[in-house]
Design a protein around this ligand. Structure first.
Ligand code: ZN
Length: 259
């Protein structure tokens, strides 16, 4: 899986020279990684250190769409399922951080559930009830079985089944967001902002460690931030498109931001 990045120095150079050339995209694909940042050199030799602000659940969902549209049905379920689990983790953080924002206390507690997704779902259910004063949407047993059959039993599934699972995840994320935005908007926004800060703090920590390990200057580096639009981006308004429409949308783009 790869993400398209454009070199800011190349774009600046072109803009400053006011070149009257046909528009050309100064961009290259970089393999997606788990660190949240990308350190690469463009074809003109400029180094770019870029923080990709998108959250893990957003990137996992987008990867699942890419896989689904390319005929990797089994693999798309892996990523849809991981996207849902990471979305629930994000919500747990937002719920906790809406009341206090000691990230270390969170880390200490998360250790107790980090290896078992069932425990994380339990944490989400009860924190949701506590914040919203209504029960959350309980994850459909049929969907959990489909996920388990693919992940644990190695089952091959049809395009239709993969789409059904993808649609379930897409709708679950959106309906949860919709409820939180309408019922507890202020608290959700505070918690969400802090949960995003938590994520970025981890990314900057790993950049510093990487630079330090390489014996490089950690102070005077130009670190840029960027984001790619995903179909479940939390920083964008709640999507109005159906799952079928986002699939058609991905297929229609000539230049893919993720492939
Ligand atoms: Zn460049």
């Amino acid at each position: 899986m790869e993400i398209l990045f454009s070199c800011s120095k190349c774009i600046d150079d072109k803009f400053n020279k006011r070149e009257k050339q046909p528009y050309q995209l100064d961009a290259q694909y970089e393999t997606i990684n788990g660190s949240g940042f990308y350190d690469y050199t463009c074809t003109n030799g400029h180094r770019n250190i870029v923080v990709l602000q998108d959250l893990p659940f957003e990137l996992l969902f987008q990867s699942a769409i890419v896989l689904l549209c390319n005929g990797y049905f089994r693999e798309s379920v892996f990523n849809f399922a991981a996207s849902l689990e990471r979305f629930l983790e994000f919500c747990v953080k937002a719920f906790v951080f809406s009341k206090q924002h000691d990230f270390d206390l969170f880390d200490e507690t998360w250790k107790g559930v980090s290896r078992q997704s069932e425990r994380q779902i339990g944490a989400f259910y009860f924190l949701y009830l506590n914040i919203v004063n209504e029960p959350p949407q309980i994850i459909d047993d049929k969907m959990s079985r489909l996920r388990n059959d693919v992940i644990h039993k190695g089952e091959f599934i049809s395009k239709h089944e993969a789409e059904r699972y993808g649609k379930f995840v897409y709708d679950y994320i959106n309906s949860t967001r919709k409820k939180l935005e309408s019922k507890v908007e202020k608290q959700w926004n505070i918690g969400m902002g802090r949960a995003v800060d938590y994520h970025l703090k981890q990314v900057f920590k790993s950049i510093n460690n990487r630079l330090k390990d390489a014996g490089e200057d950690t102070e005077n580096q130009l670190i840029q931030t960027t984001t790619i639009p995903t179909y479940v981006s939390i920083s964008r308004p709640l999507p109005t498109s159906s799952f079928e429409e986002i699939i058609a949308d991905y297929i229609s783009y000539h230049v893919k931001l993720m492939r």
